[in-house]
Design a protein around this ligand. Sequence first.
Ligand code: FAD
Length: 495
Amino acid sequence: MRETPGRPHPHHAVVIAGAGPTGLMLAGELALAGIDVVVVERRASQDVNGSRAGGLHSRTLEVLDQRGIADRFLAAGQAMQIQGFAGIPLDISDFPTRHNYGLALWQGHIERLLADWVGELGVPNLREREVAGFVQDDTGVDVRLSDGHILRASYLVGCDGGRSAVRKAAGIDFPGWDPTTSWLIAEVEMEQQPEIGMRREGGGIGPVNREAGGGPYRVVLKEPLVDQPAEPTLQHVREALAAAYGTDYGAHSPNWVSRFTDATRQAASYRAGRVLLAGDAAHVHPPQGGQGLNTGVQDAVNLGWKLAQVVQGGSPESLLDSYHAERHPVGAQVLRSTMAQVALSTPDDRHDALRDTLAGLLSMDEPRRRIAAQLTGLDIRYDLGEGHPLIGRRMPDLDLGTADGPTRVFTLLHDAQPVLLNLGEPGGLEISPWPDRVQWVDATHDGEWELPVIGQVPAPMAVLIRPDGHVAWAGDLADPELPRVLGTWFGTAAL
Ligand SMILES: Cc1cc2nc3c(=O)[nH]c(=O)nc-3n(C[C@H](O)[C@H](O)[C@H](O)COP(=O)(O)OP(=O)(O)OC[C@H]3O[C@@H](n4cnc5c(N)ncnc54)[C@H](O)[C@@H]3O)c2cc1C
């Protein structure tokens, strides 16, 4: 694939740098919309080197359900009440969602399942090469790969992780907070049975196979200094175990040893012209609360349909600005949440007292619901204007009756197309003036409408649902706002 002088560069609508969870999700979203997308990935295979995310939160399970692939993940993991704030467990079994739990599933499996889906959708993945730089002009981006090859694309999306080369080449600032703490993380065998469980200062020891128990074990241990000069080794793990537990439990045969810090930063802008950032490339923070991968996947679901519409010419480029406007505040909230959790984990008596106080508050329904909805992504409300309380929030997965039989809302979103759901008189509005990508569905719903945190809301006559599952408009079909909202999000003319 080396560039040949004089020959035009291969042209793609979108090049994605990085086949981590964010890049894979975005690739799937774009492929569903029929966009010519290619992924460039440094790693030779999808294997995840080192432990990373340990699970999926409720809203991520919902967005996978919206694409009809949640069952693959549910079959591979364990549905559990895994969510917690600074280690204080938060039960969401009373939440109004079909996925009122988290899913314990290691990142390696999550990536494998996403990669399978993206492969089925036919997205090419150019492995063992990197995006090394780019030059953008008015009509596109020349993406320079590490092998010297150049890809021409209409848009480049940096899903290339916290050290994002795309972010740096775009000159996008990454302000935030320097690390205060470093943790060692490793997967090792142990000769003796270790003490299982979380440690007061964060981290701890647990079996890799959470169901079966036993070795190998995942070990996370705070290091004495934030600046660590050398690559971590088994010897570092042994020393850290001995310092924390008084024994190294005969740790041996590491599958890998790695480290992470509580560096907390967010890209000042998620877009620079034809270049966008998503996932860890746009925000990094420590793993407390388990929100990094989840936030990245949800970034991708917010961006995918917008980028697809702009590429197809159905919407103006300005639609892409709504990506930053909607997702930057969500990322900022995640950063605040993780900083608070790190602070609460400080191992001293005063922080213990503070944490106990908070644990008391979180045992009460209202605070528990609020914080748990924040951690699980179920409380997200994009600022799409005033009106019905559904506007800007996620559409609940209601059971529906239609002329074709029973269905549910998320099933209507499998193709990542917008839906105008009419729950009033069938055929109440002529659909033809609207963009032909908007699916019109006449349906009935007998039950209540209940949202996480805010509770019951009045049943609207009709709802306009974006492909990401957020409600763009709700009301009466005669509402003069409806044509404007349709135009804003989906263009006015049929393509
Ligand atoms: C110890 C630990 C525990 C965690 N636990 C959780 C958790 O429980 N829940 C959770 O949600 N998150 C968790 N996270 C965070 C989660 O791992 C990340 O947020 C997630 O991996 C981000 O996905 P991403 O696709 O944006 O970036 P990455 O996973 O970093 O993927 C970036 C990809 O880009 C590739 N790449 C890099 N540079 C280039 C380049 N120039 N060209 C081409 N390819 C490139 C990389 O090889 C990689 O495949 C944890 C992280 C750590 C370290």
